[in-house]
Design a protein around this ligand. Structure first.
Ligand code: K1U
Ligand code: ZN
Length: 199
């Protein structure tokens, strides 16, 4: 009898535990956390642990709610992002991009889109970016994929790939606006009571 045929015997030695680990909503870090400026490292192996991490990222993104999330936003400096830009009346379309790279972008065609960021809550601003891009990435099956994107998908992919390089959408605004946002979030962090100690 192999492991998958054995019934659970006790909580401490539960042969189903590999399969039953629930998805988790993780805390999202916010400005001015210095981790947001860190360069994320390439993912070396696509395995079950990484697939579980991708599930946690999606769960965290849907709960926020958001349309994208980079691993660094939940404190993991890995080159990995998730997104779902499906409209409310469309079925969910979760997508995972591992080690994504923009291999081409439209040089003469730009899109202006209002952007937000789960790490800069309740602040929105218009950002201009290339309207069409092609992204090379690895999927959760470990295979390389090419994605041609325009519209909101192109905007969201560029926003999330920026996170992997420590770049935030406020970096595209004037210095005056950016400094104002950073100052506001530094003050909020200073005035915030320290996290409750447990135990
Ligand atoms: O990276 C992030 O912080 C997620 C961010 C992605 C994004 C939004 C808009 C333009 C570019 C990239 C967000 O999801 S902010 C929240 C948001 O846009 C949203 C939330 C609920 C419903 C619809 C949109
Ligand atoms: Zn963001």
């Amino acid at each position: 009898m192999n492991k998958s045929q054995l019934p659970p015997t006790s909580i401490d030695a539960n042969p189903w535990s590999d399969y039953l680990t629930p998805m988790a909503i993780r805390p999202i870090i916010t400005l001015p956390d210095p981790l947001l400026r860190q360069l994320s490292k390439p993912v070396e192996r696509v395995d079950d642990d990484l697939r579980k991490f991708a599930d946690d990222m999606l769960e965290t993104m849907y709960d926020a709610p958001g349309i994208g999330l980079a691993a660094i936003q939940i404190g993991e400096p890995l080159r990995m992002l998730v997104l779902d830009v499906a409209e409310k009346d469309e079925p969910k379309n979760p997508q995972v991009f591992i080690n994504p790279e923009i291999v081409s972008s439209s040089e003469d065609l730009f899109n202006v889109h209002e952007e937000g960021c789960l790490s800069i809550p309740e602040y929105f601003a218009e950002v201009e970016r290339p309207a069409e891009i092609t992204v090379k990435a690895i999927g959760l099956d470990g295979k390389e994929k090419l994605t041609k994107a325009d519209g909101l998908l192109a905007t969201c992919l560029q926003h999330e790939i920026d996170h992997l390089n420590g770049v935030l959408f406020i970096d595209y605004l004037s210095k005056l606006k950016r400094d104002m946002v950073i100052r506001k979030f530094k003050k909020l962090a200073k005035d915030r009571p320290p996290a409750q100690m447990v135990g």
